[in-house]
Design a protein around this ligand. Structure first.
Ligand code: HEC
Length: 213
């Protein structure tokens, strides 16, 4: 009786170990295989060391839907070091009122690093986006100890906000490729189901297009 109980207990334990081992193995397989299966980027997630800009559209795309109020919110991350008020003082970082469209490292009275001073030129949408995405990559040796904003929409929002504070840039039109996609407007049903509708649509398109040319 005792022996049999021990044997049963032994089998139960054994089965448990097998199950545990199996779950570890499948768990590992599952995890190691998943990244390849998930070929789509997850918004806001940037794999470290990977080219974070790869899936990004031109900054003009994000600027088209940028929002000054959101940018002001994101700017809270910068406010510990930067003032954006007119006549604001330099702090840990330079005052940022009147930065967009102005010379890089150009605020009087701030001791910029040689790294940023040597960049040259003025702040535009593209170089500011690159700087905010990764300050150390944009100006190796910079004094700005800020990791960067990986989300392009955050950068667009913050740049629009900065531009509203003494900046001189105009917002670029959305990239041309945005207008290009052949997707029909929501009301134009795809001809897949209704073949009869297609010629009529075409005729309508031709008649409307003709006078323009
Ligand atoms: C920990 C402090 C710190 C934080 C946080 C910080 N910065 Fe800076 N920032 C600096 C310093 C220091 C410099 C000067 C860099 C140099 O000279 O290399 C600088 C420089 C800049 C410049 C260049 C200004 C010029 O006159 O050319 C801009 C633009 C800027 N920061 C924007 C931002 C924005 C936007 C954020 C938030 C997303 C931010 N910074 C967060 C410290 C900071």
């Amino acid at each position: 009786m005792h022996d049999r109980n021990n044997t049963i207990a032994g089998w139960v334990l054994f089965a448990g170990i097998i199950a545990l081992g199996a779950s570890i193995v499948t768990g590992e397989l599952y995890h190691s295989e998943r990244p390849e299966e998930m070929g789509y980027p997850i918004e806001g997630v940037v794999l470290e060391g990977e080219g974070e800009a790869e899936a990004e559209k031109p900054i003009a795309f994000y600027l088209a839907s940028a929002d000054i109020a959101k940018g002001e919110q994101v700017f809270k991350k910068c406010a510990a070091c930067h003032n954006v008020d007119p006549g604001g003082a330099n702090a840990l970082g330079p005052a940022l009122y009147g930065t967009m469209g102005k010379p890089i490292a150009g605020h009087p009275g701030f001791a910029y690093s040689g790294a940023l001073k040597s960049v040259g030129g003025t702040w535009g949408w593209d170089n500011m986006s690159a700087w905010l995405a990764n300050p150390k990559k944009f100006a190796p040796g910079t004094k700005m100890t800020f990791a960067g904003l990986s989300n392009p929409q955050d950068r667009a929002d913050i740049m629009l906000f900065l531009n509203s504070r003494g900046g001189t840039l105009t917002v670029p039109p959305p990239p041309a490729e945005e207008a290009a996609p052949a997707e029909a407007p929501a009301d134009g049903a795809e001809p897949a189901a209704g073949n009869e509708a297609a010629p009529a649509d075409k005729a309508a398109a031709e008649t409307t297009a003709a006078p323009a040319e």
